[in-house]
Design a protein around this ligand. Sequence first.
Ligand code: PMP
Ligand code: GLN
Length: 387
Amino acid sequence: FESKLPNVGTTIFTIMSQLAVDHKAINLGQGFPDFSPDETLLDLVTQAMKEGHNQYPPMAGVVALRQQIALKVQALYGHQYDPETEITVTSGASEALMASILAFVRAGDEVIVIEPFYDLYIPVIELAGGKPVIVPMTAPTPQAPAYRVDWQRVRDAITSKTRMLILNFPHNPTCINLTPADLDSLESIVQETGILLLSDEVYEHLVYDDQPHQSVARRPLLAAHSIVVSSFGKTYSATGWKIGYCCAPKVISAEIRKVHQFNVFTVTSPMQVALAHYMKNEDAYLSLPAFYQQKRDRLLKGLANTRFVPMHSEGTFFLMADYSNISDLPEAEFARWITVEHGVGVIPVSAFYRQPDAPESNHGLIRFCFAKRDETLDTAIEKLAGI
Ligand code: PMP
Ligand code: GLN
């Protein structure tokens, strides 16, 4: 048979985590915390199971959870989504993204993806028969030392065949956030073209230096054209639960639900019931920026005593670092080398490019995850200092 995804192998996250396990390396690669979710949340799951929440919940998600999501989004971003028709609980953000792409992208449709990009988008666009159109970010320079999106380039990539623009801020892996000026640019693009936005905001609560997250839900025009995706895995340190959600206007949500109901139908009930209770405590997400900023700064400070040159992280639980003082190996080889030889697992940033092995996708950068206990970070820093 002919593979539908001939260019797709095993994801870099699986490969690097396995390599870290095989070599007993500290895993700062794949993005997941090495600590448990809040005990209160764990107790709420047990309680939900004992109270009998063990059968199929409603297809679009437990009603109380959708209500809590609506309240949170309204409180933070000022947009009111109807929990009944506009919020869908999904099997992680991954399923929300996949259902959204499958529901809207037809054979031959173009979908704009900003490079570097999270690895899920392109294979799913291709499964739907769509054509990814890559718009590169503007790389840092000494004058402007951060990645940024050139919205004019995005605008120029839109044709009559464009079906969707995929956004992901806070951004994995460059760790940049959107600014209000970015939302202004997006508004003009949407006004002019009416394009559908798929906004992957899984790191919405992981933003630093007192910058608020700039959700597309903050602007009524953008919200009317957007599917906003988030993940409880990132927010509540429970990546293994695989629960996420998407918010979109009723007519858009209805199409997403057509896919969701035949993909997974619904997602695990006790976790949803527990999350609905737990979300009432706003502190659990409002405290995240301070909690993770301390970890980011611990890693930044530690890296200052190594030959790695860290880049700033405005959001997510990652940061990128330049290793060109140490080696000129391509990123995938360097990542493998420090995992195997120095006991610290990382992700090559080239994995977030269309052609990971091409020289233009290799900038001498690796990605570290700092969602780790302080002891884990300190031990990793000690090992990195020896390189
Ligand atoms: N989008 C981005 C940008 C991610 O980094 C991830 C991975 N954590 C996901 C989506 C998938 O999230 P989930 O585990 O909730 O499916
Ligand atoms: N999003 C996580 C990361 O970027 C990985 C999730 C996965 O392994 N699919 O590390």
